[in-house]
Ligand binder design. Structure first.
Ligand code: CA
Length: 229
């Protein structure tokens, strides 16, 4: 099953660091794209929205801090989680980064494990459906890296769209989402589909979940939610 993976954009001009970071992130189940300058990063953002950005402070064309401000000033990108990579350990620089909208920072040299932990923690906080952690609700377990759903330890058959929908619901249990929110969050904002398509996929998802279908609740005139209650 082809599953669109979470994309992490790496903005860093040092090849060795890019290689190290890409390797560990891919190993942990994310997709990575690396660019080497602020301009290339900006160009990339016009075409695709990454789910997280790792942004180096010192770039050849302009400072990472400047790019950070530019990203945060743009309504389209201002909620993308950003971690600054910095060789600077000066306290005021860290504060400048956080004041300009960075969610976190990692000081070089850092270990890949430390970086992974930060990425995971930030995604859990800001977009848990992208954190690539195994999700559990009742008898249902979803493994984002293995792209499979288990019920009472038996793998179930589930379509691509239903998998993404279930992953989103399981990452945000007990919260109601409207059809348009689900379209936006699960299918992405570049896709043109009708809201009733959501109903079709919810129906298929319930079917795939068999005896656990009650987990997906219809909230009349609002939308849907995943709830154990
Ligand atoms: Ca650099």
């Amino acid at each position: 099953m082809a599953v669109d993976k979470t994309t992490i954009l790496i903005v860093e001009d040092e090849a060795a660091i890019v290689e190290l970071i890409s390797f560990s992130l891919k190993d942990a189940g994310w997709n990575t794209v690396a660019v080497h300058s602020a301009n290339d990063a900006w160009e990339f953002l016009q075409r695709r929205s990454p789910q997280l950005i790792l942004l180096d402070w010192m770039l050849p064309d302009q400072s990472g801090l400047r790019l950070l401000s530019r990203i945060r000033a743009d309504r389209q990108f201002n909620d993308i989680p950003i971690i600054m990579l910095t060789a600077k350990s000066m306290e005021e620089d860290k504060i400048a980064g956080l004041n300009n909208g960075a969610d976190d920072y990692v000081t070089k040299p850092f270990s890949p494990r430390e970086l992974l932990a930060r990425v995971k923690a930030l995604l859990r906080r800001r977009a848990p459906e992208h954190a690539q952690s195994v999700l559990n609700i009742g008898s249902v377990t979803l493994d984002p890296i293995g792209c499979k759903v288990m019920m009472d330890n038996q793998k179930i058959d589930i379509g691509h769209a239903e998998f993404k929908l279930l992953k989103f619901f399981m990452a945000h249990p007990e919260r109601v989402f409207s059809r348009s929110q689900l379209l936006d969050k699960v299918w992405g904002d570049h896709v043109v589909i009708e809201e009733r398509t959501v109903d079709v996929h919810v129906l298929r998802l319930r079917k795939a979940l068999k005896e656990a279908e009650h987990l997906i609740k219809t909230v009349r005139s609002v939308g849907y939610m995943l709830s154990e209650k």
